[in-house]
Design a binder for this molecule. Structure first.
Ligand SMILES: Cc1cc2nc3c(=O)[nH]c(=O)nc-3n(C[C@H](O)[C@H](O)[C@H](O)COP(=O)(O)OP(=O)(O)OC[C@H]3O[C@@H](n4cnc5c(N)ncnc54)[C@H](O)[C@@H]3O)c2cc1C
Ligand code: FES
Length: 272
């Protein structure tokens, strides 16, 4: 029998965690074995609505459940936000290459997230924390629009207390209670506690944020090949067959979604 590569496996929404007014984390329990690496993505089907790509935000070492942190953007994500616990969804994948953890060993790892872009980075952070002795240090810089837009509010302070981990958060606009930095993410990329001779930077967020963060990182001295970017485009097959996700000479689903700046720097529509 020919295997249908587009057929999803069934998963149940076991729990839903409200992160912000427009971002929720869905805890999925797949009915069959499903494994992924940090940075790989899945296609999630909401029956009767269609499917959309998301990058799991949970620890890849935990095999029995998958978290996906989803921002309300349009048709499918709005329906998902209105869905209740215990409904069935479909998942297929994982797709893409994910983060090359072996290349990060012994290095100072700078992780820069913007908004819901911290979701795939949470999966990466949890993978790194699981074998923290392999890495020199982990520096997390996270930016959100306002204190209300910060996701993983309870986890971030816990991460900040870990050995070898340095965390700083900023918001574009503060409020009466906010005591942290106020300003765009680039304002907390100065005086980074990393040794540029052995540092890599991993960036995920909206295109405009990734553009200005990349320029800032180049400005402070990161090499083109040491900046890793998570790219997004509208997708369809997820399998390198339909061409929807073309970016220059690459298909994001097949060749990414993680690319180095070196790979993309000559692509003219990189930030569109
Ligand atoms: C590899 C990958 C991983 C992703 N991971 C996450 C994640 O972890 N969490 C999360 O919240 N979102 C993630 N996204 C974005 C998510 O796929 C889109 O928000 C979702 O497809 C929108 O579907 P919709 O039906 O709700 O919106 P639609 O009704 O289809 O569209 C709403 C708006 O979003 C735009 N849009 C639609 N699909 C995409 C897309 N794939 N990328 C960018 N813009 C899009 C449309 O052009 C339109 O402006 C990821 C996208 C990719 C490609
Ligand atoms: S989504 Fe079809 S080729 Fe990438």
């Amino acid at each position: 029998m020919i295997k249908n590569i587009y057929k999803p496996i069934e998963a149940t929404i076991e729990d839903i965690i409200t992160e912000t007014a427009n971002i929720k984390t869905f805890v999925l329990k797949p009915k069959e074995k499903f494994e992924f690496k940090a940075g790989q993505f899945i296609e999630l089907t909401l029956p009767g609505m269609g499917e959309a790509p998301f990058t799991p935000s949970s620890d890849p070492n935990i095999k029995e459940k998958i978290d996906v942190t989803i921002m309300k953007a349009g048709r499918i994500t709005t329906s998902l936000h209105s869905a209740g616990k215990n409904i069935s969804v479909g998942i297929r994948g994982p797709y893409g290459k994910g983060y090359p953890l072996e290349k990060f060993q012994g290095k100072d790892i700078l992780i820069v997230g913007g908004g819901v872009g911290l979701a795939p980075l949470r999966s990466l952070l949890l993978s790194l924390f699981a074998e923290i002795e392999k890495y020199n240090k982990i520096v997390l810089r996270y930016g959100a629009r306002s204190p209300h837009d910060i996701i993983y509010k309870e986890l971030i302070p816990k991460w900040a207390k870990l050995d070898r981990v340095n965390v700083m958060t900023t918001v574009d606009v503060g409020d009466d209670k906010w005591q942290g930095n106020v300003g765009l993410i680039t304002t907390i990329l100065k005086d980074l506690p990393v040794d540029l001779k052995k540092a890599v930077a991993i960036v995920c967020g909206p295109p405009v944020m990734m553009k200005f963060v990349s320029l800032k990182l180049l400005d402070v001295g990161f090499k083109h090949g040491d900046i890793y970017l998570s790219m997004e485009k509208n997708m369809s097959c997820g399998l390198g067959k339909c061409g929807h996700c073309r970016l220059g000479s690459f298909y994001i689903c097949r060749d990414g979604p993680v690319f180095t700046y070196e790979q993309l720097k000559d692509t003219h529509d990189i930030w569109d």
